[in-house]
Design a protein around this ligand. Structure first.
Ligand SMILES: Nc1ncnc2c1ncn2[C@@H]1O[C@H](COP(=O)(O)OP(=O)(O)OP(=O)(O)O)[C@@H](O)[C@H]1O
Ligand SMILES: [Mg+2]
Length: 296
């Protein structure tokens, strides 16, 4: 008897108008990386409030300072990554302009817009030259809903893995809280998931679930403990996760202070313990000294 393939979110697929492109994993590897450098295609995931946006935005800036072309991909319509990148808020999400509605009512990328063109036209610039593609924030209740930008973002991220013109780009994604986006393929550009967890059972259990999803997807998993106050916190996280963490970010008053001020941590507390810890993580990733706790 023939088995029926399960289509997650059939309504979504009908509206998007097709299935995601099949992957060609060789594209990134085809690029001749300089000695000692390696491609980085990362997405940062974890439970709500664990520190994903602080880590992803700061990592993107630090990677750009190392001379890389960096594309930051913000999947969360609530502004988190934008703050830690030090961006000015945009009046309207640029991706609202990237799609047209077909006669059947589907949102489709406009003619001639592939991944490269989309990044050129609809990404904005953050400090240090980071390009940012975001679903965007549109909470004013005026004008059309965010739906077109959501569809545009999904279609663009699914075109990225095959885009030759983007193969030398380093990518850092930030996911909203929890496993939904991760399970439903919102970061097909990433081969490595940074799973962020606070030192609490709830947070670490979410991280464990995310680690399982990442493994099912064939991703490398890099667990990172966040808001750490001492070695006991790391022990707790590792015990719940069942594997070692590859890095940790300390609980740092500077993060809370810059958050209260609505400014970027990296700009206003560049020497803070949190920035130093994230820089150490970036260094290990760039030099290849950090290996996944659960490698592909
Ligand atoms: N290392 C840290 N030390 C102290 N506070 C931190 C640290 N990292 C994050 N925070 C604080 O925790 C809160 C959540 O941080 P952040 O927005 O980065 O988390 P998130 O995982 O992206 O959250 P969300 O799931 O809502 O997107 C913020 O108030 C931030 O200031
Ligand atoms: Mg966030």
């Amino acid at each position: 008897m023939a088995t029926r393939t399960h289509t997650p979110y059939p309504q979504f697929w009908r509206t998007v108008g097709g299935r995601p492109a099949s992957r060609r994993p060789g594209v990134v590897a085809d690029y001749a990386w300089p000695e000692g450098e390696r491609p980085l295609r990362l997405v940062v995931v974890g439970k709500g409030g664990s520190g994903k946006s602080v880590i992803s935005g700061t990592m993107a800036r630090l990677l750009a300072r190392r001379g890389r072309k960096v594309l930051a991909l913000d999947t969360d319509s609530l502004p988190g990554m934008a703050h830690s990148l030090g961006m000015e808020p945009l009046p309207l999400p640029p991706l609202m302009e990237a799609v047209d509605k077909t006669e059947k009512g589907c949102w489709k990328l406009k003619r001639g817009i592939g991944a490269v063109r989309a990044v050129e036209r609809f990404s904005t610039e953050a400090p240090d030259g980071v390009r940012v593609l975001e679903i965007g924030d549109k909470s004013d209740g005026e004008g059309p809903a965010l739906t077109p930008a959501v569809h545009a973002f999904y279609q663009i991220v699914h075109a990225i893995p095959e885009a030759n013109g983007l193969k030398e780009w380093t990518m850092v994604g930030d996911h909203p809280a929890g496993p939904k986006q991760t399970a439903h393929d919102w970061a097909p550009y990433a081969d490595t998931m940074i799973v962020v967890t606070e030192p609490s059972w709830k947070s670490a259990l979410t991280a464990r679930r995310l680690t399982e999803i990442a493994q099912e997807r064939g991703n490398t998993v890099l667990p990172v403990a966040s808001k750490v106050t001492g070695p006991g916190d790391i022990d707790l996280v590792q015990e719940v996760l069942g594997c070692p963490v590859v890095g940790s970010v300390p609980a740092d008053e500077a993060v809370a202070r810059t958050d209260r001020m609505g400014v970027a941590l990296i700009d206003h507390a560049p020497d803070s313990p949190a920035v130093r810890a994230i820089d150490e993580l970036v260094d290990g990733l760039v030099r290849g000294t950090i290996r996944g706790a659960v490698d592909r």
